[in-house]
Design a protein around this ligand. Structure first.
Ligand SMILES: [Zn+2]
Length: 495
């Protein structure tokens, strides 16, 4: 049997449309052609697809892979560069047996509210691609659309948040692609999206309502042999697009009506539990007095409002101010501010000097902070993930680059200043910079849920606090214009 020729491409961005500015082409890590194959061996979805490709002896046609940290609306050029790469690879392939895409599912460009749907639609229009089995893997926070499900043969989404299973989900999708290439079975992917929007804080799969939804999805999958995959999407609330929010898909070789019935059960369960997913955070001023009552740490204080993994610049200083006001020495925060790194790096280590830093990149932040600080260390900011299954691996594989970094100290509160915003999903981030998180009394995490797999292991207690920042869990504070209405919790429930 000839080897199956499978085109592999990736385009990955979670777009927060309320942020100022643009996510530029230069913000994307781009691997082209055979460079893609260097992804083999890490914990990313790309690595998962390539592993299955090896197992199944596919002849992989590597097109290109583009990934960036979540952030503002993506400039149109990014989509066109990706599209050009895919089209060229298809043209040069001289016929394909399958196509596999690694997508996020909540990407918005200057001109397109549904980048992934448009890419899938365009691929189907290429010569020879209208009937080629096309499968993909999506993030659990995808805002799925009718256009997306119309043009795929099967999709599998991550089932865990934190996304410890991104690679596994990609492997499952790749195995489905192998099956479809071998059997030429016809599939249909159906979609249901109840009018529900949940902030990222409400989307952890260890908690309700996601836990029960995922359990029900697995139950349906195991009792329905014709169903190849049932996906539960929490959606991404910070994208103001018509279809943002909770949704479900089912890929079936059987009756689409039956598959729709399964999805109705999931939609009903989500509707019943909608309030449990609308998790908001207590004000910082209420949280810190509780924190200081603890005799020992580490106490983890998450700041969902400045959630780097949802696109925030990670530059807010509210928590740092709170630590200082409560004289919480032996604590640490991470703040992105490349200018401040450059300023302190030009000074000698240990010198005490005044530095103004933080509060950059979003009008939602309060003022920057000015403190007398001591420089403890500088570095190139590179580290390897300690936890290869980390949520961060689902985006960046195993090697992380925070850009030039500096660690400064003010009265026992240490600040890791980074030059590339990096979510706090792995303890190696602080350890690589000389800060042992398990020895701290308190540590800040600019995240909603995904920091938990790293920090829950060492935390004596954890809190979530509302601070200044662009990723507030209070969805009613955002000026939505495009999302379908009515939708919970923006409008009164009408059913
Ligand atoms: Zn996600």
């Amino acid at each position: 049997m000839n080897k199956r020729k499978v085109l592999v491409a990736g385009l990955f961005h979670e777009t927060h449309t309320f942020l100022d500015g643009r996510t530029r082409l230069a913000d994307f890590e781009i691997r082209q052609g055979s460079d893609l194959l260097s992804g083999l061996g890490d914990a990313s979805p790309l690595a998962g697809v390539l592993e299955v490709g090896e197992e199944e002896q596919w002849s992989v046609i590597p097109a290109l892979d583009m990934r960036a940290m979540p952030g503002a609306v993506v400039e149109d050029r990014v989509v066109e560069v990706f599209w050009h790469g895919v089209r060229l690879a298809v043209e040069l392939s001289n016929g394909l047996d399958g196509i596999f895409l690694i997508l996020h599912g909540a990407m918005v460009s200057e001109s397109l509210d549904d980048v992934e749907g448009e890419i899938l639609f365009r691929i189907r229009g290429l010569p020879g691609c209208s009937n080629v089995p096309l499968c993909g893997v999506l993030d659990l926070h995808a805002n799925v659309t009718e256009k997306m499900v119309t043009h795929v043969d099967a999709i599998v989404a991550y089932r865990e948040n934190p996304h410890a299973d991104a690679k596994e989900a990609a492997m499952d999708a790749a195995r489905i692609l192998t099956r479809l290439m071998n059997t030429r079975e016809q599939t249909k992917t159906v979609w249901e999206h109840p009018p529900i929007l949940w902030p990222p804080t409400g989307t952890a799969t260890a908690d309700e309502p996601m836990r029960s939804l995922q359990n029900l999805a697995r139950e349906i999958e195991s009792s329905s042999p014709e169903i190849l995959a049932i996906n539960v999407f929490a959606g991404f609330a910070f994208a103001d697009v018509p279809d943002a929010g909770v949704s479900f898909t089912a890929t079936t070789t059987g009756s689409p009506e039956m598959a729709r019935n399964h999805l109705s059960r999931l939609a009903e369960l989500a509707t019943k539990n909608r309030e449990r997913g609308n998790v908001t955070d207590a004000p910082l001023a209420d949280v810190l007095p509780k924190v200081i009552k603890h005799q020992k740490g580490p106490i983890v204080i998450a700041e969902p409002s400045d959630n780097v993994g949802a696109g925030a610049p990670g530059s807010g200083v509210s928590l740092l101010r709170g630590f200082l006001e409560h004289s919480m020495d032996n604590s640490a925060v991470i703040i992105d501010d490349p200018d401040a790194v450059a300023t302190v790096a030009s000074r000698g280590r240990g010198e005490l000097d005044t530095l103004t830093f933080g509060g950059k990149g979003s009008s939602t932040y309060a003022e920057p902070i000015t403190l007398d600080v001591k420089l403890l260390s500088t570095s190139d900011g590179r580290f390897d993930l300690e936890d290869r299954q980390s949520h961060l691996a689902s985006i960046f594989g195993a090697h992380i680059d925070m850009g030039h970094c500096a660690v400064i100290d003010h009265k026992g509160v240490r600040v890791l200043l980074t030059s590339r915003k990096t979510p706090p999903f792995d303890l190696g981030q602080l350890r690589s910079q000389g800060i042992e998180p398990s020895n701290l009394f308190a540590v800040g995490a600019k995240a909603a849920v995904a920091h938990r797999s790293a920090y829950d292991r060492i935390a004596v207690a954890s809190y979530s606090a509302d601070t200044a920042g662009p990723c507030s869990s209070n969805l009613k504070s955002f000026p939505y214009k495009k999302i379908r209405r009515p939708i919970y919790p923006l409008d009164n429930w009408t059913q």
